[in-house]
Ligand binder design. Structure first.
Ligand SMILES: Cc1cc2nc3c(=O)[nH]c(=O)nc-3n(C[C@H](O)[C@H](O)[C@H](O)COP(=O)(O)OP(=O)(O)OC[C@H]3O[C@@H](n4cnc5c(N)ncnc54)[C@H](O)[C@@H]3O)c2cc1C
Length: 479
């Protein structure tokens, strides 16, 4: 066995390869994968949980010999079937170590499977922090990079813009490093690579000195918000907005770096009992009596209506409570089109609310920003971006109607040159993607050159990037 651990994977006899993989093979009873939102489910032929890079190489070797697809999946927070496969799944949850922290040059090197929550703890100990974050920190670092996950801030790019270098395990078993200077094409493809360029082993990430954020929240009528849109978007380092359509009210959040002492806002009673449990119960009742959904949205709007100020560690302010499993769609709209797009959506929603059998949206519609970047497949490629996202919650995990509502939103997003969030469900295939991403063909060329065997092309990649006709619902969780 010792000699096999030093042998090249391609020299290991098949029987021995199976033996070596056995300890990291997940038992079939535990091998079902469901995403966080409980909207997609798959039963891969085999699921592996490697603890080191050599074991990753062994998985790829077996896949090569058996002609299998390998989908890397991390913690499964993508709301689509992006992480699903019927073939081999390689889960990175045990590849979660911090390898280097450089406080002087302000960067960290960590394995791709580390969660942002764990990364924050390591950074904090070294008086460092990530510059921007999305709504949660449960995702893995490589998952966030592979989907160009974003936070909010008119001068802040998607999280991938902070990546300095990546180390990848390619389909042929070779380990390579890429950055803006070394294999730049592979780097630009992998910064939003959707798991299709290789396994991200390590990420070198630029960070900044640890900081606190002071967040001021207040509410505004929609009309006032839309008239002052540009000023409000630019009025803090991290402005973001939550729109409660039933009350035509926008909850505004403005966050800036501060040296003031911690002063967390909110109370358990308010946030947990009312904000979480009672709202969930009402959303559940709304499945049967749609009028209740409107009252629930109004209640949620009222619960957060006063002005509030909170000061806390940056990641605690960046992150919010995303509540219950949910259907969601989110699109990146060119900033200059966003006001018109929001007005169109409002007209649609008002019509629906006046119609006794109209669709009943949950809340809130989220509005955020990211700076233009040069990452080939980043939805912010080449343009200042306004992200608009909606959710329909699944109270207690039960399904709710959402398709009609999402179709109407998607039509508006497409009219205003939107690009879909890669981790969320969307209808775009290669034709549309080629029109909106100038480097789409470069991306496909990189995938072809580093993965000629098509090992990393799961159903999502085949459908959306390669244009094969694979049903959107293939992994949809049954009602
Ligand atoms: C509650 C919630 C809140 C969210 N908030 C935001 C938000 O604020 N902003 C935003 O932009 N998005 C947000 N998302 C989406 C989320 O950030 C992305 O879906 C992210 O990719 C999830 O990371 P993950 O670790 O769960 O990856 P998974 O969902 O497991 O995988 C995502 C992709 O990354 C690839 N991948 C993962 N690890 C590797 C690796 N080591 N090597 C190569 N490829 C890899 C997978 O193949 C797949 O293509 C949210 C999702 C949820 C559920």
């Amino acid at each position: 066995m010792a000699s096999q651990l030093t042998a090249r994977p391609q020299d290991i006899p098949l029987e021995n390869l199976y033996n070596l993989l056995e300890p990291i093979t997940v038992a079939p009873t535990k091998a079902i994968f469901t995403n966080w939102a409980k909207t997609f489910i798959c039963a891969p032929a085999s699921v592996f949980e490697p603890e080191n890079e050599f074991q990753c190489e062994l998985v790829l070797e077996l896949a090569r010999r058996e002609g299998k697809v390998v989908r890397v999946a991390a913690v499964g927070h993508s709301p689509s079937d992006l992480a699903c496969t019927k073939e081999f799944m390689l889960r990175t949850t045990k590849l979660n170590r911090v390898l280097e922290v450089n406080t002087e040059k302000r960067y960290v090197v960590a394995q791709g499977g580390i969660t942002l929550n764990d990364l924050h703890q390591h950074l904090e100990k070294n008086n460092l922090a990530m510059s921007n974050l999305g709504s949660i920190s449960d995702q893995s670092l490589a998952g966030v990079v592979s989907t160009a996950t974003h936070g909010s801030g008119i001068n802040y790019g998607v999280i991938s813009t902070h990546v300095m270098a990546l180390s990848l395990l390619l389909a042929d078993g070779s380990r390579v490093t890429c950055s803006r200077n070394e294999r730049p094409e592979l780097f630009m493809a992998s910064l939003c690579g959707l798991g299709a360029t290789g396994i991200i082993l390590n990420v070198q990430l630029e960070v900044e000195p640890n900081f606190r954020l002071k967040e001021v929240q207040k509410s505004l009528p929609f009309e006032e918000f839309i008239q002052q849109f540009d000023t409000l978007a630019h009025s803090s380092e991290h402005s973001r907005f939550w729109w409660f359509p039933t009350k035509d009210t926008i909850r505004c959040s403005y966050s800036n770096r501060t040296l003031e002492e911690n002063r967390p806002s909110g109370s358990w009673w308010w946030n947990t009992l009312f904000g979480y449990h009672i709202v969930q119960l009402l959303l559940f009742v709304g499945r049967y009596f749609p009028i209740v959904t409107i009252w629930t949205s109004n209640l949620a709007c009222w619960l957060s209506s006063g002005e509030s100020v909170g000061i806390d560690d940056s990641y605690k302010i960046f992150n919010v409570d995303c509540r219950y499993p949910q259907y969601t769609t989110e699109w990146a709209i060119p900033y200059e089109n966003s006001q018109a797009c929001l007005r169109d959506i409002r007209t649609y929603l008002q019509k629906q609310l006046q119609d006794p059998s109209g669709v009943r949206p949950h809340f809130p519609v989220e509005i955020r920003f990211s700076a233009a970047d040069d990452i080939w497949m980043s939805p912010s490629y080449g343009r200042l971006t306004c992200w608009i996202g909606i959710v329909q919650y699944k109270p207690y995990g039960f399904n709710v109607a959402y398709r009609k509502l999402f179709n109407a939103f998607e039509e508006a997003f497409i009219r205003y040159q939107g690009r879909p969030h890669w981790a969320k469900t969307h209808p775009f295939g290669p034709e549309k993607l080629r029109q909106t991403y100038p480097h789409f063909d470069d991306f496909v060329n990189v995938i072809d050159s580093v993965d000629p065997q098509k090992m990393f092309r799961n159903e999502y990649i085949q459908r959306h990037i390669m244009g094969q006709s694979i049903d959107q619902r293939i992994f949809k969780k049954p009602a």
